[in-house]
Design a protein around this ligand. Structure first.
Ligand SMILES: Cc1ncc(COP(=O)(O)O)c(C=O)c1O
Length: 384
């Protein structure tokens, strides 16, 4: 008998699609998959070499639970120098990004605490909040606004039970990059009401115009923020499971208590390789962002020829969320696209109530797949 806590968590909508995709592929069906939440590139060679060197040197044991000092310093230097966040190595905990979110939820949310989060948003926030006993409170964002969250709507959703706000810029699934002036307003509201921000910046390096802003860079706001990020998306390292939390020292101590009782530490030789990922040459990462931008523009061009779809031009991450005009639930539409057109997309409903009427395309796919997949979508939608 599983716990009551677990039975209250809905199954992941993204996993349901990927299970079906695997089954169909195993049956020999030619599927174009736009459901991947990861870069389709390989990890840069210098990072792989650093990992192999570290393994051969025998760096295969436990590390301090907060992470090896040189990696904590590298993360702090990058977060301070690139994003303007006033942090030091002692403000960093090395842990997979998803784990950082999960541990933060467990460390700060008490039963009944309300947590504000944008709608639509990444699938696992709600599950983390609920597992900790909290109550997710969605703040709607709108296609017409490019899915930029409205600070006034955040303020309107605050109650005496509000404990935390989760932000994700650039966003999965919308690709929305929250402009700096909006983040500044949100920072003011959160400081005024004493609300902690969990700022998920995992797509921080995949921004096409302008630059990423961390909410923790505004004066006084770092004291109120837990940043989570990592190398999964920036360096095509999803399988390495390496990320971090950057936060005031007391928060790092609290989260580290949970880390030390759960995974103990991040993988030792991966931590060594990650120092190289952050401090070594960045040409592979820069090329990847250029290629994502080319693919985004190609996918947007092709989608603009489909009369049933309209799409924003997202400024970051590697996702598009077209809005469709047909009167059909997004889960049903995704199922039809998969079974009839053999294209895997993620239904918008997987990302919260505000995702209904949309589906997510990940353009972390080859140009050939983008052309073929969107052509299949066009044919399939013409039959509705
Ligand atoms: C918005 C967002 N946050 C966190 C994560 C988790 O990242 P990681 O796989 O590095 O733990 C993902 C992964 O898809 C994501 O899209």
């Amino acid at each position: 008998m599983v716990s009551k806590r677990l039975t209250e968590i809905p199954a992941s909508g993204t996993i349901a699609i990927s299970n079906l995709v695997s089954q169909m592929k195993a049956e020999g069906i030619d599927i174009v998959s736009f459901s991947m939440g990861e870069p389709d590139f390989t990890t840069p060679a210098n990072v792989i070499d650093a990992c192999c060197d570290s393994l051969r040197e025998g760096f295969t044991h436990y590390t301090p639970s907060t992470g090896i000092p040189e990696l904590r310093k590298a993360v702090a230097d990058q977060t301070r120098n690139v994003n303007g966040v006033p942090c030091q190595a002692s403000n960093v905990l090395i842990t997979p990004c998803k784990q950082a979110i999960f541990l933060t939820a467990l460390a700060y949310i008490d039963p009944g605490d309300e947590v504000l989060l944008p709608d639509p948003c990444w699938v696992s926030y709600e599950a983390c909040i609920r597992l900790a006993g909290g109550v997710p409170v969605y703040v709607p964002t709108f296609f017409e606004d490019g899915f930029v969250i409205d600070p006034a709507k955040i303020e309107a959703a605050i109650t005496p039970r509000t404990k935390m706000l989760i932000l994700n810029t650039p966003s999965n699934p919308t690709g929305c990059v929250i402009p700096s002036d909006i983040l500044k307003q949100i920072a003011g509201i959160c400081m005024e009401h004493g609300i902690k921000v969990l700022s998920d910046e995992i797509y921080e390096s995949i921004v096409y115009e302008g630059r990423h802003t961390s909410i923790a860079s505004f004066p006084g706001m770092f004291d109120n923020t837990i940043i989570v990020s990592g190398l999964s998306k920036s360096h095509a390292m999803t399988g390495w499971r390496l990320g971090w939390a950057v936060a005031p020292e007391d928060d790092i101590k609290a989260i580290n208590k949970l880390q030390s009782h759960s995974i103990s530490c991040a993988v030792s030789f991966v931590q060594k390789a990650s120092v190289e990922a952050i401090c070594g040459r960045q040409d592979a990462k820069d090329d990847m962002v250029k290629e994502f931008r080319r693919r985004r523009d190609l996918a947007l061009d092709l989608i603009s020829e489909i009369p049933q779809l309209e799409c924003n031009v997202p400024n970051g991450a590697f996702y598009l969320v077209p809005r469709y005009s047909m009167d059909v639930p997004s889960a049903k539409l995704a199922e039809t696209l998969l079974t009839d057109a053999h294209v895997a997309v993620t239904p918008g409903s997987a990302f919260g109530p505000g995702g209904e009427g949309f589906f997510r395309i990940s353009y972390a796919a080859s140009e050939e797949q983008i052309r073929e997949g969107i052509s299949r979508i066009k044919n399939c939608l013409s039959q509705f």
